[in-house]
Design a protein. Structure first.
Ligand code: ACO
Length: 329
């Protein structure tokens, strides 16, 4: 059965980006790159960076406060906090518990999951499953990243691409809000080595060991590019087809904001004209799991995303993971 049979409303949206901005010109000062190279290859002009002492959980809590206010709900009403991140504050405790504490939520089920850049769309899928099993559930979905903490600032092939930020939504079975018409998620674990961030227990660091290059984001950009375009387009077509829809029925495509060229190629494959594709990566860079909810909140704030619109979300990330969702505002 298509998931549109399950009532699931995304009732509130919020986003947060740190105040500190690093422009391409700032990067030119310490890594061998140019604004011209970065903008023509990626579209990115600047990215935001968490302040010292400010962490992924702080950004998530800020976004969550806004999402709660937008939904008209109080922290005390939340029954589940589910948080997408590949850059958690700690291996333990999980970031969702830290967010819970910061918001004064008590007793909710709270856990993290990692689907890299696909985190928010994966989270919509899990939130839908939660409210399907438990219709009174009130799920807070956060997606937050502290990627600048895991960039090798001497590696120009990766450090120019990423930024920090967070997005959040409140999901329930009932009430006012965007209808989650469908969501589809997929992965291919065989390709995980093409995009990695170490620092887990795979590498048994001993006290005093220097960290290796594997501690930071490492990526085969060309291969990622190819798989991202193919899989984002294919899963978008799948989610539309199984709902009897075409891209003509989509008012706005909100893709993962990794690279303008990837976004343009996905738009081309799907036959969605550029004016119906939302892009804000020039302001934020690639914020991984946070990118889609940041883009949704931004598109609403800018008046590009309006009530009545059907939006197609499409994501791709490390793992590899990918996904697509249909939200009717
Ligand atoms: N500044 C200047 N020169 C650079 C930089 C830089 N920041 N980075 C690489 N170069 C150089 C390379 O060294 C190379 O030089 P050479 O020809 O002398 O060897 C040249 O530029 C071309 O490098 P390529 O890697 O071939 O450049 P490409 O056109 O493939 O662009 C990029 C690289 C932007 C990373 C591209 O492959 C890409 O966008 N891939 C997708 C990856 C992505 O967006 N990942 C995001 C994370 S994954 C996700 O979100 C799903």
């Amino acid at each position: 059965t298509a998931s549109r049979d399950i009532a699931c409303r995304v009732r509130g949206f919020g986003a947060y980006t740190p105040v500190d901005v690093l422009t391409n010109f700032d990067l030119e000062k310490f890594v061998e790159t140019t604004d011209e190279w970065i903008t023509t290859r990626t579209g990115i002009r600047q990215r935001h960076r968490l302040a010292e002492g400010q962490n992924a959980s702080d950004a998530a809590a800020e976004a969550a406060r806004l999402a709660l206010a937008d939904s008209g709900m109080e922290p005390g009403e939340i029954t589940h906090v589910i948080n997408a991140t590949c850059t958690p504050d700690y291996l333990c405790p999980n970031t969702a518990c830290l967010v819970e504490a910061k918001l004064g939520i008590m007793g909710a089920m709270a856990f993290d999951f990692n689907a890299a850049c696909s985190g928010y769309v994966y989270g919509l899928s899990m939130a839908r499953a939660i409210v399907a099993a438990q219709p009174e559930a009130r799920v807070l979905l956060t997606a937050t990243e502290a990627l600048t903490r895991r960039l090798n600032w001497a590696d120009r092939t990766t450090c120019v691409l990423f930024g920090d930020g967070a997005g959040a939504s409140v999901i329930t079975a009932d009430g006012e809000g965007a209808l989650l018409e469908d969501v589809l998620c997929a992965s291919d674990g065989n390709l995980g080595g093409l995009l990695t961030i170490g620092g887990g227990t795979h590498t048994p660091y001993a006290k005093g060991d220097p960290v290796g290059d594997d501690f930071f984001v490492q990526m085969n950009g060309r291969d990622v590019f190819k798989h991202a375009v193919r899989n984002m387009a294919a899963i978008s077509q799948d989610v539309l087809a199984r709902n009897g829809l075409t891209t003509d029925d989509v008012a706005l495509l909100i893709p993962h904001q990794a690279n303008l060229r990837i976004i343009e190629a996905v738009g081309d494959r799907l036959g969605v004209p550029a004016e119906r594709v939302f892009v804000n990566l020039h302001e934020f860079g690639n914020t991984s799991a946070a990118s889609v909810p940041l883009a949704i909140a931004d598109a609403r704030a800018k008046g590009v995303l309006r009530p009545g619109m059907r939006v197609l979300l499409a994501t791709f990330g490390g793992g590899f993971t990918w996904g697509a969702a249909l939200l009717h505002f």
